[in-house]
Design a protein around this ligand. Sequence first.
Ligand SMILES: CC(C)(COP(=O)(O)OP(=O)(O)OC[C@H]1O[C@@H](n2cnc3c(N)ncnc32)[C@H](O)[C@@H]1OP(=O)(O)O)[C@@H](O)C(=O)NCCC(=O)NCCS
Length: 58
Amino acid sequence: MLRRLAVDHSQKGKRFGELMLIDALKKSLDATTQVASVAVITEALDEEALSFYVKYGF
Ligand SMILES: CC(C)(COP(=O)(O)OP(=O)(O)OC[C@H]1O[C@@H](n2cnc3c(N)ncnc32)[C@H](O)[C@@H]1OP(=O)(O)O)[C@@H](O)C(=O)NCCC(=O)NCCS
């Protein structure tokens, strides 16, 4: 489960959110060599967060 992925207000729009999301997905994929996995689930904080995750296919 992905939670509390956040970028400081002053740094928004600099692709840090995307970097952190891709990094988390890569780490999840790496972990599948040791732990059986089915999916990555995220609980969006609000509608704004939801639209960010939807943009990346969640
Ligand atoms: C959501 C959040 C992590 C995005 O981080 P960011 O660094 O500002 O976003 P990025 O610069 O990496 O944006 C990458 C792409 O996502 C898009 N995007 C960013 N926020 C978006 C949103 N809320 N809805 C839809 N698209 C969004 C950008 O426009 C950009 O799109 P592009 O490829 O077409 O240019 C950040 O706004 C944040 O911390 N929000 C508050 C906390 C939060 O809601 N976290 C989620 C917890 S569940």
